[in-house]
Write a protein that binds this ligand. Structure first.
Ligand SMILES: Cc1ncc(COP(=O)(O)O)c(C=O)c1O
Length: 395
């Protein structure tokens, strides 16, 4: 019988360099492969699975909803969609007025760019569609989001992309100021660059962007697809920066594994997305919105986000200690449970393979960094267990 990878590589479009493993089920923060081998999951489906596997509230609510109404019609604002929007707006403590539901991170980014462009064209003139984005950023794979990706590896082979998109230096306010003009519709940044290497913005930078956008009447978009939904220990990373965006793109943890994404924003921008001008067949489907509601219910429980902060600090301390002891890790960084360290012990791809072999699912990011983004429900014992596997795998 051919190895499953031979078949996978033959019949699936090979854009992922598939790993030599097949997961069959999950339980809590553990995955089990088809041979019954157990893995501690510090990848969480790339920072998606906030609640772990088989979370009772999440499972029950989705089971109930799928039996009742699994698909509505995007033209119909079913009760669960309205309730999910209310919950989401409440989770941002009144910072936004409206929600648009869609299905993937790149679609949420497209929605934000389109809202900003339409607002700008309708209020500032027919040339006001330019956008400034940061070097090192990752915003998704569709042509609009790709046009504001600050990493050539993702753009190569797909150009020409959208015109009027300008790259500036992350964490360098003056460089953004230099790229802004009267035709700028939006500035888009991740408060913490994720794929780019878990690089947190400085407070001065984000606050400076806020001021710049206010002064020049530009929409400020934060892409919190990876940093949102409690990942950094606050519901949204921007809350730790005292710098509020006009539009925020969300996905990943929003559905904790159910494909759902959202744009949240201030009405003066979102109201330019009018009937027929934008949409998404699955956007706000009853199952997606049920997933959103159950995720928010858990994240908003007293103490949940504080635990993320505490466990995040413990994870960073443990990784720093391990780095000093093994000499294999440097520059530990991140916020909450969005953590990375430069790997100095060799090629990160070899380490990821060794970790998998030894029962830890972990990810890479940036140039040669280890990225740890576990389910938000992990405890200290899981962090200790992960460190033991990392030590054993980096010897
Ligand atoms: C910050 C950020 N924006 C957008 C995306 C794209 O999300 P998706 O893969 O769901 O389209 C990602 C995915 O990693 C991301 O990290």
């Amino acid at each position: 019988m051919p190895h499953f990878l031979d078949k996978a590589n033959d019949i699936l479009v090979n854009v992922y360099s598939f790993w030599p493993v097949q997961f069959e089920r999950g339980e809590g923060v553990y995955l089990f492969d088809t041979d019954g081998k157990k893995y501690l999951d510090f990848g969480a489906g790339i920072a998606v699975n906030q609640l772990g596997y088989g979370h009772p509230v999440y499972v029950k609510s989705l089971q109930d909803q799928i039996a009742k109404l699994h698909m509505g019609l995007c033209y119909v604002a079913d009760p669960v969609r309205v309730a999910a929007a209310e919950d989401l707006l409440a989770s941002a403590e009144g910072d936004f007025d409206q929600v648009f539901f869609c299905s993937t991170g790149t679609e949420a980014v497209e929605s934000a760019l389109k809202a900003a462009r339409k607002w700008s064209l309708e209020t500032k003139g027919s040339k006001a569609y330019e956008v400034v984005y940061a070097r090192g950023s990752f915003h998704g794979r569709t042509m609009g989001a790709l046009s504001v990706n600050g990493q050539n590896a993702y753009r190569n082979g797909f150009e020409p992309l959208l015109e009027g998109m300008h790259e500036a230096e992350f964490n360098h306010l003056e460089s953004f100021v230099a790229k802004v003009n009267d035709n700028t519709s939006a500035i888009i940044v991740e408060p913490i660059q994720g794929e780019g290497g878990i690089v947190p913005a400085t407070p001065d930078f984000l606050q400076g962007l806020r001021k710049l956008c206010d002064e020049r009447d530009i929409a400020l978009i934060f892409d919190e697809v990876q940093s949102g939904m409690g990942r950094t220990g606050s519901m949204y990373a921007y809350m730790q920066y005292s710098a509020k965006p006009d539009l925020i793109a969300l996905a990943k943890g929003l559905g904790a594994g159910f494909p759902v994404a959202a744009l949240m924003g201030a009405r003066r921008f979102t109201e330019h997305l009018t009937p027929g001008s934008h949409g998404s067949t699955y956007g706000g489907n009853p199952l997606a919105c049920t997933a959103v509601r159950s995720v928010l219910k858990e994240l908003r429980k007293p103490g949940f986000l504080q635990d993320v902060l505490n466990n995040g600090a413990y994870l960073r301390d443990s990784l720093s200690k391990l780095g000093r002891e093994t000499g294999a890790f440097d520059n530990v960084r991140g916020l909450g449970l969005m953590v990375a360290a430069d790997y100095t012990g060799g090629d990160i791809r070899d380490l990821i393979k060794a970790l998998l072999k030894n029962g830890l699912v972990a990810l890479s990011c940036g140039r040669n960094a280890l990225r740890l983004v576990p389910p938000l429900v992990i405890g200290r014992s899981h962090i200790d267990e992960a460190m033991e596997i990392i030590v054993a795998s980096s010897e």
